[in-house]
Write a new protein. Sequence first.
Length: 369
Amino acid sequence: MTKRKFLKWVLGGMTALLAPSAGLAFAAFREFGHLPTSEDLERYKNLPYFVNGRFKGAEDLPFYAARVRGGGVGWARFALPNTHAPASALPKTVLDRSSFAGVPSGFAAYWLGHSTLIMEIDGKRLLVDPVFGNAAPVPGIVRRYDEPPLKREHLPPLDYVLITHDHYDHLEYPTMRALRDTKTRFIVPLGVDRHLMEWGIPADRITALGWGESCRQNGLAVTAEPTIHYAGRIPKDRNSTLWASYVIKGQSRRLFISGDTGYGAHFRTTGAKHGPFDAAFIEIDGWNPGWPKTHLFPEEVIKAYRDLGAKSLIPVHWGVFDLALHPWDESITMLADLSAKAGDVRLQTPLRGEKFVPGETQTREWWKL
């Protein structure tokens, strides 16, 4: 082999090895989004929950390494075989675009798994925290248990998309790009608008809200309220964007979407300010004694439901991703048992993809089947 041929062989091999890595790095970089600009920071600086260039939660988030229960923490575990996943695919109602009426109903909802919801209220259709793939910026990490009941390309026409915060299990780049050329309007917490604009969504279709701020249009009001959590798509941008719960008020219905949160006085405050609610969609999964304020423990879900004055409780943030250190069905099993013992909790647990009316549709404990 001549020197020239050997050099071509080496360079060819290096290209073959490096090209996939470069492509993967570019894909991940694209997913990161964009940080708020200096103009944004200038607008945020007088907010009481914006301190030293970062947003600050309703309460701090303690971490107790010695109290962590259930295994190791860190990103490495998300690439390993999932020991907390269900043994087989979970039941679901498969949907496509034809499953949805041309005109949205007065009141209905579809839980698509984890925190993704399609909600219909007063003839408007809202999509909440849409994630149809994995919950990470690169393939093979934070994998789904199985496919969603609705494919991204089969989404029906949407009036609004609501994003509670920018973590990968709540904000997905491919879905935002898929909705770029529609007429859909986006309602997001402060700073998340920069991600969307970076991904090609026009600024005039995005409303960024701080806590206590509202977007009112066509008889529908959406208000952002505090939670105890954090945000960020890479470590260095932690809390550069805001996170929020949402209150949705229609002509005769009031809905609450918790976003991700720990338990605190904000539930009572929101209930007193906006309640009572016809339905509360509250996160139930991801808790651990090692991070007691980051997510809700099952018994805290009941307390939050009562604080809000809600008529129906629909659990979300479960059934799709292994984000915790407990079995996939532990949270819902505990919550169902607590609800049955309490006697004053109307718990609704629809199948993924099932159309249901909060407060009316009879659901079942399908995870036990």
